[in-house]
Design a protein around this ligand. Structure first.
Ligand code: NAD
Length: 381
């Protein structure tokens, strides 16, 4: 089959779905690989590097789309991109199918098979294809780097001849993939790190990374992560009140707050309120990784950096992985080529859309003239 990557059209999107090194792997699966001219330029991969890896470079998006059997992308396709596709082609990309029913219907009507990289089941066997995790890991790391650059003070404590510097205090709210990456990065920079999650089972992970888990004085039932497939469920009003009370107590002490709290399929819970921001010290920084879903902080503005009257910087960027475009592309392109490896079991360049396979079934959101989202629950964990 011919597998090709478009140049992303979204403003500020630096990533690309196929890199020269992932192309080499795709060729070993028996595929021919193509890219649109300039597809990798913002991630630092020149057309010549692609050519040197045996990739054909086509001059336009239209020519590329016409030539391929499998179209690989980072962002969900625009109408124009989808309208160029035809029956029998496969699209593999981020889709966010739950909030994109029109896109699913349009792809179905065109006879396109759509594979949503954000629907890869979170089971052990599929970790190598888990783009949500690979991108969240980068976002967590980059959030700390942005915080440090805007903080303008040391993260690590120092005792020098010129004076004593206390370590920065960092609070990470939400210890999923992004939160754990942020905790690891902040502790390695020498900060004193605190972290909170509604899933009590992460306390051990947080503590093993050298951070302190923030415990709530709460007698009611805590969240039961196991009942929700490892994801958080919405908190009870009593739990939420306790959580906010704790955050209110911590706000004046923290230099950096990194929020990553999300509940699948819902807007981000509002956990860092305006009065908490007002209680923070001037020079403190909040990085809100939930900005795209409305933000965990009440004052976050998506895609912007704002400074409040009391001198707190609030960063609501939604493009953290793209800010590390080369590496984000390598990891995302690896996720895609691993998926294609499962779709090409005989390594003969022939796609086998095996809908009995949990991972393929879970990620396939349109196929054979049907919308196949939502998928049935996976059989194997
Ligand atoms: P996510 O992005 O959906 O949410 C981020 C974090 O926010 C979660 O840890 C969640 O518990 C937390 N959160 C939600 N509401 C909160 C609140 N009110 N206060 C504080 N924290 C709150 O999560 P994710 O990073 O995608 O990971 C979710 C789960 O999936 C985790 O259990 C993770 O271990 C699991 N996972 C499994 C695999 C696998 O392949 N086995 C891969 C990746 C993730």
């Amino acid at each position: 089959m011919k597998v090709g990557a478009l140049r992303e059209v979204a403003e500020g999107e630096a990533r690309v779905a196929v890199t020269p090194s992932s192309a080499a792997h795709l060729k070993k699966l028996g595929h021919e690989v193509l890219v649109e001219q300039g597809a990798g330029s913002r991630a630092g991969f020149s057309d010549d590097e692609y050519r040197a890896a045996g990739v054909e470079v086509l001059p336009t998006a239209a020519a590329l789309t016409e030539a391929v059997d499998v179209l690989a992308k980072v962002r969900a396709p625009t109408d124009a991109e989808l309208n160029r596709m035809h029956e029998g082609q496969t699209l593999i990309s981020y889709i966010t199918p739950a909030s994109n029913p029109e896109l699913l219907e349009a792809a179905r009507a065109r006879g396109v098979t759509t594979i949503a990289m954000d629907m890869v089941p979170r089971i052990s066997r599929a970790q190598k294809m888990d783009a949500l995790s690979s991108m969240a890991n980068i976002a967590g790391y980059r959030a700390v780097i942005e915080a440090a650059a805007n903080f303008g003070r040391f993260f690590t404590g120092q005792v020098t001849a010129a004076g004593k510097v206390p370590p920065a205090k960092v609070l990470v709210v939400g210890a999923g993939v992004a939160g754990l990456a942020a905790i690891g990065t902040a502790t390695s920079l020498g900060a004193q790190v605190y972290a909170f999650d509604v899933r009590p089972e992460v306390a051990e992970q947080i503590e093993s990374m050298g951070a302190s888990f923030v415990y709530l004085d709460f007698a009611g039932a805590a969240q039961d992560g196991a009942a929700t497939g490892g994801y958080a469920a919405p908190s009870s009003p009593e739990f939420q009140a306790k959580q906010l009370e704790k955050f209110r107590e911590l706000a004046p002490q923290m230099d950096i707050v990194i929020t990553t709290a999300l509940i699948p399929g819902r807007p981000a819970p509002k956990l860092w309120t305006a009065d908490m921001v007002a209680a923070m010290k001037p020079g403190s920084v909040i990085v809100d990784l939930a900005a795209e879903r409305g933000g965990n902080c009440e004052l976050t503005v998506a895609d912007e950096k704002i400074v409040t009257e009391n001198g707190v910087t609030i960063i609501g960027y939604t493009d953290f992985p793209s800010r590390m475009g080369a590496q984000a592309s390598e990891l995302y392109a690896n996720n895609i080529r691993h998926f294609l490896s499962d779709l090409t079991p005989a390594k003969d360049g022939v796609i086998n859309q095996n809908m009995d396979d949990d991972v393929i079934r879970g990620a396939t959101v349109t196929h054979a003239g049907d919308v196949t989202f939502p998928p049935p629950p996976p059989k194997v964990q």
